[in-house]
Design a binder for this molecule. Structure first.
Ligand SMILES: [Zn+2]
Length: 404
């Protein structure tokens, strides 16, 4: 009896060990695929979100989504830094000046930390500089308004190393209309699409090897640009409209047209572009839900004549409620899966929009979390070859086709 018990215990011990090994082995295989792939993220807002606020992204930060340490934990090789200024310029000198200021801020980081960052403007250069200890930085200018309708300013941004230009941000301007305005969520437009000058801009970008980015643009601008461009385009940070119907996402027909052009849609992680449930929760908790929280707190003596304290507490509680509806990694990967099923594995990538989004999905809290995407794709049966394409190979193909 004693020996039977011993054998049983041994059997349990060995089984547990085998189980542990299989878990570790599985983890290692995911990690090695992830590390071997060249990971490219096509959109990050840390220049306007963190660097201009005085944060040092060369060291581990306790705020924001991005810094050198977390990029390397996430296995990031090439990061497009978004040069962004909104509808109103930060300084009186205007949009173009704002763009120059951000490009300078990136240059300073690279110059001060050559062991951590490098800079590239084209395919060969980027491939050559990919290094396990460095992040290769590329520049994406987000919003055609920054050229101030002046081709010489466009040329100057090209000379400073711009690798893509997003034709519009949420604001329409002289030569292109945005998704926000075209969809009726913003300003009323008298004309839609690309003007003749806008078509000149697209041609100039093609000549100069700068990628045309069609995230943020309205449908008319989207199709006008596809008609003019002779090179593959990117949607650097958009998700799938069929899964989450909001104006910033791409409809099936747009994704099919983009694939025909040889382009790539890079999935944005913003919960309000990923999950219908989150969109509905946001609408409620930022509207009537927020009003009812405020009304009930106002009854409490602690908030009498304390309007700043009251607003802060209302914002906290709204945040808490919204966090209950956040999507997870699986729902983000559903968007990748959807594109693959619609147009194949050659036309999807990652453009998380970290440091430009107020909420992040569960399990994808910052730039160190990209291995979770790889793990989920692997769980769904994606081959290593497909994983490499999704993680960066597809975007590299577009970079190469624009500027070898
Ligand atoms: Zn954006």
């Amino acid at each position: 009896m004693q020996s039977l018990q011993n054998s049983y215990r041994k059997f349990l011990g060995v089984s547990f060990l085998l189980f542990l090994c299989s878990i570790i082995g599985y983890g290692q295989s995911i990690s090695s695929v992830h590390r071997k792939a060249i990971l490219v993220d096509t959109h990050n807002d840390c220049l306007s979100g963190q660097v201009l606020e005085g944060k040092d992204i060369s060291a581990l930060l306790s705020t924001g989504h991005s810094d050198y340490v977390r990029w390397k934990r996430g296995g990031v090789d090439i990061q497009f830094f978004s040069v962004f200024t909104g509808e109103t310029p930060r300084r009186k000198e205007g949009f173009y000046h704002d763009a120059l200021e951000e490009i300078d801020s990136l240059n300073r980081i690279i110059l001060r930390h050559p062991d951590k960052f490098d800079f590239a403007t084209g395919y060969k250069e980027a491939r050559k500089k990919v290094h396990k200890n460095r992040v290769v930085a590329m520049i994406g200018v987000e919003g055609g308004h920054m050229i101030e309708s002046d081709l010489s300013k466009l040329d100057s941004l090209i000379a400073k190393g711009m690798s893509y230009l997003t034709l519009t941000w949420n604001n329409s301007h002289d030569w292109a209309t945005s998704a926000m305005d075209e969809s009726g969520a913003g300003k009323i437009l008298s004309t839609k699409g690309l003007s003749d000058f806008g078509k000149e801009v697209v041609k100039r970008l093609n000549e100069a090897g700068v990628i045309v980015d069609l995230s943020h643009v309205g449908e008319k601008t989207f199709y006008d640009a596809l008609e003019v461009t002779t090179k593959p385009v990117l949607l650097t940070h958009s998700s799938v409209w069929s899964l989450c119907p909001v104006f910033r996402n791409a409809k099936d027909q747009q994704i099919q047209a983009m694939a025909k052009n040889g382009g790539v849609i890079c999935i944005n992680f913003y919960p309000a572009f990923i999950s219908k449930k989150f969109v509905a929760a946001k609408k409620y908790w930022e509207g009537p839900g927020k009003d009812s929280i405020r009304a009930s707190l106002q009854q409490l003596p602690a908030y009498h004549n304390q309007s700043a304290l009251l607003s802060k507490q209302v914002a906290n509680l709204v945040q808490q409620e919204l966090s209950k509806s956040l999507p997870d990694v699986k729902e983000v990967v559903d968007h990748i899966d959807y594109v693959v099923k619609l147009v194949g594995v050659d036309h999807v990538g990652i453009g998380a929009d970290y440091d430009g989004i107020g909420f992040v999905p569960k399990g994808l809290e910052d730039v160190s979390a990209y291995p979770q995407i790889t793990a989920e794709l692997k769980r769904r049966g994606y081959s290593n070859k497909s994983l490499k394409k999704i993680l960066g190979g597809n975007v590299l193909r577009v970079i190469k086709a624009n500027r070898s």
